[in-house]
Design a binder for this molecule. Structure first.
Ligand SMILES: Nc1ncnc2c1ncn2[C@@H]1O[C@H](COP(=O)(O)OP(=O)(O)OP(=O)(O)O)[C@@H](O)[C@H]1O
Ligand SMILES: [Mg+2]
Length: 251
C-alpha cells in the first residue's frame, strides 16, 4: 500500500506576488514571502526601499494593485485592519504607534476594543498579561504614553499589538533610534515571542541585530526582493551586502 502523503502545513503568513503603492505610484513589486509559525523573518533594505509599504500592503493600508495575502491558508487579502486584528494579526507601525495623550493603561485598553465582544474580565486579563511580559509598563501604567522613553514606547506599541494574542506579528522598525542595550532587550523579547509560536515579520534597519534573532531574511531594494535565505547566510551575498547595507555595517 502506498502511504498517504500529507501536505506540509501551510505557512502562517504567505504573501503571493504583492504589488502595492499609493495612488498611481507602484512602490512594491511582485513580492512573495512567507513566515512559518514560530519563525522570526527579517525584511531588510535601505531607506525608501518599500519595507513599510510592503507591511502596509499586507494590512490593507497601502493600495494593492495585485497579489494575495494568506493567513494559515485563509485568504485575508483586503481585510481591514480591525478585521485583521480579530483574525490574529498584530501590527506595530513604524510611526505613531501609541496614543501619546493617553496613559499606558488606556493605550492597552484601547487596543482591546477591536476584539469584539470581550467582557471586562477578558480585557483585564489581557492587560495583566501585557504587564507580566513588560513589567516596565506596569510601573508606568498611569503615565501618559507621550512621556515614555523611546524603548518604553516601543514596548507599549508591541504590547498593544499582542493584546489579542495574535498568530502573526508585523513589526516595522521596532528598534529605530534606540540605544544598543535597549534595542538588544527588544530583540530578545521578539525572539521570545517567536519561541511562543507566533510568526514574526520584522522590518529592521539594524541589520546585525535583526539577523541575530531572525531565522530567515528577505532583502528589499527598490520594492523588489533581491536576496533571501537563512539569516546566517544572507550576508554572504557579498554584492548585495555592499550595495544594500554599505561597508560600514558589521556582522
Ligand atoms: N503615503 C504615501 N504616499 C505616497 N508615497 C509614499 C507614501 N508612503 C511612502 N511613500 C513612498 O514610498 C517609497 C517607499 O517608502 P517606505 O516608507 O515604504 O520605505 P521604507 O523602506 O519603509 O523606508 P524607511 O527605511 O525610511 O522606513 C518612498 O519613496 C516614499 O516616499
Ligand atoms: Mg519604513
Amino acid at each position: 500500500m502506498t502511504p498517504l502523503r500529507q501536505a506540509p502545513p501551510a505557512p502562517r503568513l504567505r504573501v503571493h506576488q504583492m504589488t502595492a503603492g499609493y495612488g498611481k505610484a507602484v512602490i512594491v513589486q511582485q513580492v512573495s514571502l512567507h513566515v512559518d509559525p514560530g519563525e522570526v523573518v527579517a525584511v531588510l533594505g535601505p531607506n525608501g526601499s518599500g519595507k513599510s509599504t510592503l507591511v502596509k500592503g499586507i494590512c490593507g493600508l497601502a493600495d494593492r494593485f495585485g497579489g494575495q495575502v494568506f493567513l494559515d491558508d485563509r485568504d485575508v487579502t483586503g481585510l481591514a485592519l480591525e478585521g485583521l486584528a480579530r483574525t490574529g494579526i498584530g501590527y506595530v507601525p513604524q510611526r505613531e504607534n501609541v496614543f501619546p495623550g493617553l496613559t499606558v493603561e488606556e493605550n492597552l485598553e484601547m487596543a482591546t476594543f477591536v476584539q469584539a465582544g470581550w467582557r471586562r474580565a477578558q480585557i483585564r486579563e489581557a492587560i495583566d498579561r501585557s504587564y507580566q511580559r513588560f513589567p516596565r509598563l506596569a510601573e508606568r501604567r498611569r503615565q501618559p504614553a507621550g512621556t515614555l522613553s523611546g524603548g518604553e514606547r516601543q514596548m507599549l506599541a508591541m504590547a498593544r499589538a499582542l493584546v489579542g494574542q495574535p498568530r502573526l506579528l508585523l513589526l516595522d522598525e521596532p528598534t529605530a533610534a534606540l540605544s544598543v542595550s535597549v534595542a538588544n532587550h527588544l530583540f530578545q523579547m521578539i525572539r521570545q515571542i517567536g519561541a511562543e509560536g507566533v510568526a514574526v515579520l520584522l522590518v529592521e534597519q539594524n541589520v546585525a541585530g535583526a539577523l541575530e534573532v531572525s531565522d530567515r531574511a528577505y532583502v528589499l531594494v527598490n520594492g523588489e526582493v533581491v536576496a533571501q535565505g537563512p539569516a546566517s547566510e544572507i550576508t554572504q551575498h557579498g554584492e548585495v551586502v555592499n550595495r544594500v547595507f554599505g561597508r560600514s555595517q558589521r556582522f
